[in-house]
Structures are given as C-alpha cells and as structure tokens.
Design a protein around this ligand. Structure first.
Ligand SMILES: Cc1c2[nH]c(c1CCC(=O)O)Cc1[nH]c(c(CCC(=O)O)c1C)Cc1[nH]c(c(CCC(=O)O)c1C)Cc1[nH]c(c(C)c1CCC(=O)O)C2
Length: 345
C-alpha cells in the first residue's frame, strides 16, 4: 500500500505531524446559520438524515466554511436501532424518543440484521455523494453508536442522565440485556461495513455513556463489544482505521486501544490533555480534547486552552477535536479562531 496523503489518515497510521489535523464533533449543526436553513428546508431532523442530497449538503457546509481535514457523515446513532424496528422520533427541544425494547420477546422481534439496509440505504447514498464531492484532501468519517450507548436509548426510550433503566435491565435480566447488546453489535458491523463499501475511509464508534459503566461492566459492555466490532471490521476491510470514543471512561482510557484494536482513542474534556498524553497517547493516536464551552465563550481562554491541547499532544500522533460535540449556542467565529490557533495563523 502507498503512504496515505490525507493528514487524518497519516495521524491514524501513527505519524506525528507538525500541525495536528482538525475536525469537530457536530461540526454540521445548529450553531451554523446555513445548517438551520437546510434543516428548515428538510422539515425535521430525521427527514434531513434520510435525504441524501440535503444530508450531504450539511456535511459539506463546515468543510466549505472552515476547511476541516475531515468530514463526518451527517446521520445519527439512533438510525440503526430504528432500522431494527422500534419507532424513533424527536421531541422538539427535548431530544430523541424510541419505542422501548426491554423483554426477550421484544429482542427476538427485532428485524434480522440484513433488513437494516431497507431503512438505511439513503445513508449509504449520502456517503456515495460525499465521496464524490469532498475535496481530495478531506477524509470522510462514517460512524455508529457503540452497543451500550445505543442500548441505553432502546431500553429507556429516551436519553437519561444516569442511564438508570439500562443499568437496571443489566442487573435484573442479564439474558435479555446481553441478547440486546449482541444484536446491536452484529447490526453495527453490517451498518459500518455498508458505509465503508459506499466510501467511508475511517469509522468512529461513539460510546457517549461509557463513563457510567464501572469495573467489570466497563470491560464487558464497553471494551468487549468494541473489540468485537473492530475485529470484524478489520477482517472485512483490511487497513480500515477505527476511532473509538468511550466518553468519560477516565482510567478506562488506559489500554483501551490495545484491548479493542482501535487505531485512535478520542478523549473527552473531563481529563486534562497532559494526562491523556502521559497515559493514552503513549500507545498511539489520540483525538481531542478542547472543552466545547470555548466555542461559546471564545477570547483569550479559547486561545490559551487550544494551544495547551496542541502543546500537550505535540510529541505523538494527534487529531485535534473538541472533547464533545459543539453546542447550538456556539459562535461560528470562535470555531475559526480555534482553527487559526491550531494552524498557527
Ligand atoms: C448520543 C448521540 C446521539 N447522536 C449522536 C450521539 C453520540 C455522540 C454524542 O454524545 O453527542 C451522534 C451524532 N449525532 C449527529 C451526528 C452527525 C455527525 C456530527 O456532526 O458529529 C453524530 C455523530 C447529528 C445530530 N443529532 C442530533 C442533532 C441536532 C438535531 C437538530 O438539528 O435539531 C444533530 C445535528 C439530535 C440528537 N441525537 C442524539 C441526541 C441525544 C440528540 C438530541 C440532542 C440535541 O438536540 O443536540 C443521539
């Protein structure tokens, strides 16, 4: 294989670059006026996700405006469970709602894995459009939710602060809980494979609620499913780079890449960049981890903390990013200031 030229792929291959490549979680989102305009044209959020032309358009908007080094497919982690059967909708101002899956009969009633493509084919079309339209230097990232995080929404039927319903099922009906995790794991491989076949060059697993899994639960339901998915993806697509994001894993970040086979571990901003460099970057590429609040507040603190992240990770492979998604109240000018600071302008 020839050496990759795209900066994101070089960092993922373990190269230390003089300037870290940069992209941003939720870079296509409500903080951008052009996103709000396209979303209004689509109607609601799910209609936007399932409209390949408009989903590709919002994916491209932050690339045009800022020249990020990567584009992330515009979709949502809850499209996959929806494709397995449960209804999904978004309550305005509140977030996602799903028909719940909490019994063995309901797990058995989920659609077979191969049937997900009936629902998800517009997402693959979005990927195909993007792989044609992105600038040649921009890397296209596909993604899925990790099984635990997806399960928390399927079990509770909505987002929750403590993932209480999922923990309760895990502790009271282990057979149903593990059957659900296994079904999501299998479907995730199928979904990510279809994204790669359509043109995604990297895939990222979002485990937003990994931090609520402690001790052996973290090993069983954050580490083990990620390891299974990554092994299957690498067997099907040799050389495919994978980013894993076990958000708020804390000490669980240590050794996560080695245990799961991930090429890069994305770090949230509950840890300092110095801690991440000393404990995680020692074994490979890391991504992160500026606090998203700086995109709201800007100014000297943004510049200082951006430089601190770049400095802390300077000695190893690093992809600059926020520690979590940018929020709707962010100021687009602050994103430009972050990029200029990273690139040394
Ligand atoms: C937990 C989770 C979800 N979705 C996602 C996660 C994991 C990452 C994380 O922790 O943020 C992941 C996600 N969601 C979205 C993407 C697209 C790619 C990107 O820009 O990063 C990705 C990678 C678009 C989106 N997903 C959502 C929006 C906002 C929708 C809108 O336009 O109103 C976007 C741009 C909606 C969404 N989707 C989800 C919730 C809880 C919400 C509501 C919260 C909110 O309103 O911000 C589920």
């Amino acid at each position: 294989m020839t050496q990759p030229e795209k900066t994101i792929l070089r960092a993922l291959a373990g190269e230390t670059l003089p300037t870290p490549p940069i992209w941003m979680m939720r870079q296509a989102g409500r903080y951008l006026p052009e996103y709000r305009a396209t979303r209004a044209q689509a109607g609601d959020f799910l209609s936007l996700c399932y409209n390949p032309d408009l989903a590709a358009e919002v994916t491209l908007q932050p690339i045009r405006r800022y020249g990020f080094d990567a584009a992330i497919l515009f979709a949502d982690i809850l499209l996959l469970p929806q494709a397995l059967g449960p209804e999904l909708w978004f309550e305005t101002g509140e977030g996602p709602r799903m028909q719940t899956t909490t019994t063995m009969d309901q797990v058995r009633a989920l659609k077979p894995t191969h049937a997900i493509h009936d629902t998800l084919s517009p997402v693959y079309e979005t990927v195909r459009i993007l792989s044609r339209e992105l600038p040649r230097e921009t890397t296209l990232i596909g993604f899925a939710g990790a099984p635990w995080t997806v399960a928390t929404y399927m079990i509770a039927g909505r987002g929750s602060k403590d993932q209480g319903a999922a923990h309760a099922l895990k502790n009271t009906d282990r057979a149903t809980f593990t059957a659900l995790i296994d079904r999501i794991t299998e479907a995730t491989v199928e979904y990510l494979s279809a994204q790669v076949e359509a043109g995604a060059e990297v895939v990222k697993l979002f485990d937003s609620w990994a931090g609520s899994l402690k001790g052996q639960d973290f090993e069983d339901f954050a580490v083990a499913p990620a390891a299974k998915i990554i092994a299957a993806m690498k067997a099907r697509h040799p050389g495919l780079p994978v980013i894993a994001f076990p958000r708020e894993a804390g000490a669980g970040y240590i050794g996560f890449a080695a245990k799961t086979g991930a090429d890069c571990v994305a770090l949230d901003n509950s840890i300092t960049p110095e801690w991440g460099a000393a404990n995680v970057q020692t074994t490979g590429c890391v991504q992160g981890n500026l606090a998203p609040e700086h995109m709201v507040t800007g100014g000297e603190a943004l510049v200082r903390e951006t430089r601190r992240v770049v400095e802390a990770f300077r000695k190893g492979p690093h992809i600059f990013n926020l520690g979590h998604g940018i929020t709707p109240d962010a100021n687009p000018d602050n994103v430009q200031l972050m990029i200029d600071t990273v690139r040394g302008a």
